[in-house]
Design a protein around this ligand. Sequence first.
Ligand SMILES: [Zn+2]
Length: 179
Amino acid sequence: MTTSSLPSRGSGPGSDFVAVHDPPGPDLANDTPQHNPAPWAAYVSPVAPPLGCKVCGVTPTAPVTIRAHRGLVVIMRWCRADGPFCGFCGIALVREMTTATLRQGWWGVGSLIIGAPVALMSNLLAYRKLRRLQLAVPVPGTVRPRLGKPVLHRPSAYVALIPLTWAVVVITHLVLSAS
Ligand SMILES: [Zn+2]
């Protein structure tokens, strides 16, 4: 909040109001340090207030990073969304980006071994943090993403079974042929 948005004293509809306890505000015209701090200064936390959700602005939030991975045979593509996010927006992003990873994240050796597992593990950790948050009422006028179905209720997530089955067959064949 800026000082210009505050009502000025002695003007406007509440100008006849006399405060019983009128604490002195900061002297904006004089930047010299105050030797006599305000009596309520001890109650003000030195920690900055928590940031609101990057999507909808509400609190509480968690400072999580949500990832999606896409394997393109020889190259890999990463996508990330850095928080803070509230429980609703964060879980919506986790569901969307995890489903995208399960559908597109396996198509390449590097993606199969490193890319997709790292993205999925990262999203699982983010999901566990987000689930602990209390869900807040959205700020009027803000737009939240659609929460959507859970990941395992989305058919496209099961595309992951194709490369995973192939990987299990190949690894089993290698182990059996080596013995
Ligand atoms: Zn949000």
